[in-house]
Design a binder for this molecule. Sequence first.
Ligand SMILES: *Cc1c(COP(=O)(O)O)cnc(C)c1O
Length: 221
Amino acid sequence: MNIKINIQKITQNLPSGCQLVAVSKTKSAALIQEAYDAGQRHFGENKVQELVPKFETLPKDICWHMIGHLQSNKVKYIAPFVYLIHSIDSERLLAEVNKQAAKSNRVIPCLLQVHIAKEETKFGFSTDEVKAFIKSSNIATYDHVRISGLMGMATLTDDENQVREEFRTLRLAFYDLRNSTLPANAAMEILSMGMSGDYSLAVAEGSTMVRVGSALFGDRS
Ligand SMILES: *Cc1c(COP(=O)(O)O)cnc(C)c1O
């Protein structure tokens, strides 16, 4: 695994304006440092208890993305520094991020997670729910969060048409919201979709942010 070469290969295939988030969950600080030394600054983690020590150990100009399911009682540990939370899946969680962000004197950018895959178990809003939620009058009262876009995960399948269709569903919801009147603290700027196995399809369907782990760092054990 040559992390530097992997980063270069993936970055070369991304259109300008599409951000690579290196998903470093389960990977050591030494490997993250290697990616950092190759120029990578955006990293994604899915567990608070792993994210916090990495934030403390590694260079302070890293932009840390929280990409996994987030429990309300753990928001306080990441609120002081997290760059973007991709996984807002309930109003309760958004309200807690707002509360903790206020304590840190921050406005935390957040994405709403949308359930586009066929599996029943994935977290997130449906496309109808997300549209209703973002336009609801409550949103504007959360003045320490900014809703910057949407995030979704496609079904893990070899069926490219299905994956493409799921990404397209998310992109259509994103553009639909982008063309409608939103609360002052919401704007559709980031469409986070695509992982190691499907980021090319996601990019073709309009992704502006891909979250790539194993294709960069190797398989996770
Ligand atoms: C682990 C993970 C990724 C990256 O997965 P790879 O297949 O290793 O690229 C992306 N997004 C989320 C939400 C993840 O949990």
